[in-house]
Design a protein around this ligand. Structure first.
Ligand SMILES: Cc1ncc(COP(=O)(O)O)c(C=O)c1O
Length: 399
């Protein structure tokens, strides 16, 4: 035997996340030695006798390829259990489904529109209520929890939040939520475990739209959840199996494959984003830039303390005399599209796209203006991207 590379022993050979991305979870295939996780494209498993299975019964309950991914994301986020779902929304639905009628969820004032919608249009029908708070304001958030007389059972945030990239102090809010016995849930989609690990900062549950950076290639819809609490793990797994929104084996394989390059992709995404944010910040035709990696950004210091850097999402508004729709009509290399986190750069209009399900009066109140432009910075040549943005801004001039 060439060395100690058995699956269970792999973890003792590395100390860094960069290696875990490649060797973590269930490494390879113990039966054949295949270095890649096989795609177990099966719905069921033959049992040796009644009551004697080989660890697998039915693929909604468990599938070896999905299990490899679930084990990997749990390791990367530092939790005890990972769960993979058919989409980010299925993941969020799975998490919220552990709540009961009469419970209330606090959400931060700019979360993904779909998160708002599932609470506003689906969970309210089951007696689970929500309230929107500016979680960057810890005093205001604690006041809301306190005045809710024990009904707030969960606080769900994004940091950076979609689309204004606001930063919430994760550690401080975890302490507040726990003081009132509320679960603290962090949607870590914009950061990934490579840039931010919310469980280490006190979160009970971390979740992802893995459709984004974790998938990274705009070719799969998926969701992931990790918890560091055994009781929560059991409840989440029960709901996942009962409601059935699981990720398919092939898509699980695609995510395992993508995660192997997460660090390399993220480094380049961020390098490009930092240059583009600085370019926009210095541009006369740009009114405001929202990017947590800029020293002038809201929550810059907090973000520096809880994340590796500012990530690769940027939002901005053009100055008077420039028209956002014209900007979108003029980008060439950058595609006008929903979603984010893929290798290709995308531009989106949150007010009419990702956040259209939030009523205009709430959008205006939280600052999601009709002129807001959101960029998902890809890993193309940054010079080409800046050239494209520059010419689109020039074409957006109304005078
Ligand atoms: C921050 C965030 N969370 C959750 C979701 C929902 O994920 P999915 O589209 O994979 O269902 C999205 C989708 O854009 C998102 O941006």
């Amino acid at each position: 035997m060439a060395g100690d590379n058995s699956i269970s022993d792999m973890r003792k050979h590395y100390n860094n996340l960069d290696s875990a991305l490649i060797h973590g979870g269930v490494y390879g295939d113990i039966t054949t030695g295949a270095v890649n996780t096989p795609i177990y494209q099966t719905s069921t498993y033959q049992q040796d006798a009644i009551g004697q299975d080989r660890g697998w019964e039915y693929s909604r309950t468990g599938n070896p390829t999905r299990y490899a991914l679930e084990t990997l994301i749990a390791e990367l986020e530092g939790g005890v259990k990972g769960l993979a779902y058919a989409s980010g929304m299925a993941a969020i639905t799975g998490v919220l489904s552990i709540l009961k009628s009469g419970d209330k969820v606090l959400i931060s004032s700019n979360v993904y529109g779909g998160t708002f919608r599932v609470l506003d249009k689906v969970f309210v029908n089951f007696g689970i209520n929500y309230e929107i708070v500016d979680t960057t304001d810890l005093v205001a958030t604690e006041t809301v929890i306190k005045s809710s007389h024990g009904t707030v059972k969960a606080v769900l945030i994004e940091s950076p939040a979609n689309p204004l990239l606001t930063i919430t102090d994760i550690k401080a809010l975890a302490e507040i939520a726990h003081r009132y016995e509320a679960l603290f849930i962090v949607d870590n989609t914009f950061m990934t475990p490579y840039l931010q690990r919310p469980l280490e900062l006190g979160a009970d549950i971390v979740l992802h739209s893995a459709t984004k950076y974790i998938g990274g290639h705009s070719d799969v819809i998926a969701g992931l959840v990790v918890t560091n609490n055994d009781d929560l793990a059991e409840r989440l797994a029960f709901v996942q199996n009962s409601t059935g929104g699981v990720l398919q084996p092939f898509d699980s394989y695609l995510l395992i494959r993508s995660i192997k390059t997460l660090h390399v992709r993220m480094d380049r995404h961020v390098e490009n984003a930092e240059k583009i944010a600085t370019f926009l910040d210095n541009h006369d035709a740009v009114n405001v830039v929202y990017y947590p990696g800029l020293k002038s950004a809201q929550g810059y210091e907090i973000n520096q303390s809880q994340a590796k850097n500012g990530g690769a999402m940027i939002s901005f508004e053009l100055a008077d005399g420039y028209d956002a729709p014209k900007f979108f009509a003029s980008v060439n290399l950058i595609a006008l599209a929903e979603s984010l986190g893929g290798v290709e750069s995308l531009a989106c209009h949150p007010a009419s796209m990702t956040h259209a399900s939030i009523p205009k009066e709430i959008r205006d109140k939280v600052g999601i203006t009709d002129g807001l432009i959101r960029l998902s910075v890809g890993i193309e040549s940054v010079d080409d991207l800046i050239q494209d943005i520059d010419q689109a801004i020039a074409a957006a001039a109304t005078v």
